[in-house]
Ligand binder design. Sequence first.
Ligand SMILES: O=C(O)CCC(=O)C(=O)O
Ligand SMILES: [Fe+2]
Length: 351
Amino acid sequence: MATAAAPRRFCRCACFCSENLYVARYGLHLRFRDEQQLRQDYGPILRSRGCVRTEDFQQLLAELEQEVERRRRLGQESAARKAFIASSYRPARPDIYTTLQGAALAPEFLAAVKYSASPGADLAGLLQWLETVSEEKRIYRVPVFTAAFCQALLEELEHFEQSDMPKGRPNTMNNYGVLLHELGLDEPLVTPLRERFLQPLMGLLYPDCGGAWLDSHRAFVVKYAPGQDRELGCHYDNAELTLNVALGKAFTGGALYFGGLFQAPGALMQPLEVEHVVGQGVLHRGGQLHGARALGTGERWNLVVWLRASAVRNRLCPMCCRKPDLVDEAEGFGDGFTREEPPTVDVCTLT
Ligand SMILES: O=C(O)CCC(=O)C(=O)O
Ligand SMILES: [Fe+2]
């Protein structure tokens, strides 16, 4: 009798609970172990950014301790939210939850994917089908979804937002938005998008970043609106590659800006501004420093898919830049690490 293969186990790196803790009011990502280490590593820069009084420091300390605790519980709490939503939430647009079909995708995107999967396809040929935003930074743009699909997805996301369902934050920098796996959209939407459509494209665009070896993702929608989040601080993603699609609504401002790779000296000199175009996706390397300018008017909703290749990240965690210290995740994709021996991929180099 045939037995079903056990689902793959994914892991996080232990650094998730001690590194890259974002403190918006000081515009800093901090490493945190204890009070003494915090004072030692960041005392002067914190003072220069306004953390001057004893109360300021004590407040920061309490916030960091709370954030570490939140991160420790995150996997379990997210799984609980997902289960609750699956049993209690009634979608406004059930059509979004059926397996992704080509009809939801922009013809330009389908053509680029079709070319990428054809025999003899190469990078030069693929670039005929995409807009090159920056050759040097390897940033590209392509329409991804049809206008009708963007509209339907927005309707669903807004309906969820207005519901009384429990909601997780996309990350420490975005306080509004939705985690797609909690909503049950990984299986019908994001996994097929990654496996059937993005992988052939990314394999040609970024072979050195694991583009052909993508095996997990983290997908979320970020929302910017007056009185809510308006801008996004400079960061790099916990991903080998990122797709960022502007879903709508109507807005001004909010452009992306890109510096160099985060390991490079002077990485934020002369950033490149990239305007969002509704319906279109921007493709970039996760390690490329970037952020989003302040929203002017309107509301901006963007789908961000962090694409991960365990073959690359198992060797070096992009967040702590060390060999990952693996912690098993009970379910889901964790942070995309696995305990398997990775195949050989020539990994990203500084360019
Ligand atoms: O559009 C946004 O605000 C998110 C941008 C971002 O961080 C990304 O593309 O990775
Ligand atoms: Fe990002």
